[in-house]
Design a protein around this ligand. Structure first.
Ligand SMILES: Cc1cc2nc3c(=O)[nH]c(=O)nc-3n(C[C@H](O)[C@H](O)[C@H](O)COP(=O)(O)O)c2cc1C
Length: 176
């Protein structure tokens, strides 16, 4: 059993989630590699695939969307789990990361195309010092700072628990 954890990450926080998931697999004795989708990894060597992208303006990053579209046949042929790393906080109307309003626009298309076992939204992180020019401008818009607060909101326990569910689905016995 070999798993690949693919990611698209602009500022690194989604990459760190992917690396943590791969490390969680390895701790349970499952070979796992974390790779950027941009590295054009070959899926032939892997039995299962996890793909995650940072979310910007309601969308997965372009290279992750392209990767899923271009590898549709290979992905449809394997068990696949998707995750999105985005929200920095929940609003008054959105009270859970399972709220459909937080689902990136492409996930419906991916459900049809590759039948993922699950799609999960995780909290993300934002370090204003890292932001590129256009993202810095967006954050300067009225309400920008309220919508995009600074901080690291990633919940490693949630991510570990979700990975545990994947291990169980792949019938990997938990190590004590
Ligand atoms: C300009 C901007 C727009 C964003 N738009 C969204 C969004 O629409 N939905 C969301 O859930 N998160 C949004 N985020 C939060 C990012 O997805 C979050 O910071 C994520 O952890 C970044 O991942 P990365 O470090 O891997 O690039 C936005 C962040 C910025 C800076």
């Amino acid at each position: 059993m070999k798993v690949i954890v693919l990611y698209a990450s602009r500022y690194g926080s989604t990459k760190e989630i992917a690396e943590f998931i791969a490390e969680t697999f390895r701790r349970q004795g499952v070979a796992a590699d974390a790779r950027s989708v941009g590295a054009a990894p070959r899926l032939d060597d892997y039995d299962a695939v996890v793909i995650g992208s940072a979310v910007y303006m309601g969308h997965w990053m372009g290279d992750a969307v392209e990767f899923v579209r271009q590898n549709r046949a290979a992905l449809a042929d394997r068990p696949v789990w998707l995750f999105s790393s985005g929200p920095l906080q929940l609003g008054q109307e959105v009270t859970s990361t399972e709220d459909p309003g937080l689902e990136p626009k492409e996930i419906g298309e991916f459900r049809e195309a590759i039948h993922p076992r699950d799609h999960r939204v995780f909290f993300g992180a934002l370090d204003p010092a890292k932001l590129g020019f256009s993202h810095r401008l967006i954050r300067k818009l009225p309400a920008g700072r309220d919508l995009l607060p600074e901080g690291d909101f990633r919940n490693w326990d949630d991510i570990e628990a979700w990975t545990g569910g994947i291990l169980r689905a792949l019938a990997v016995p938990a190590e004590s």
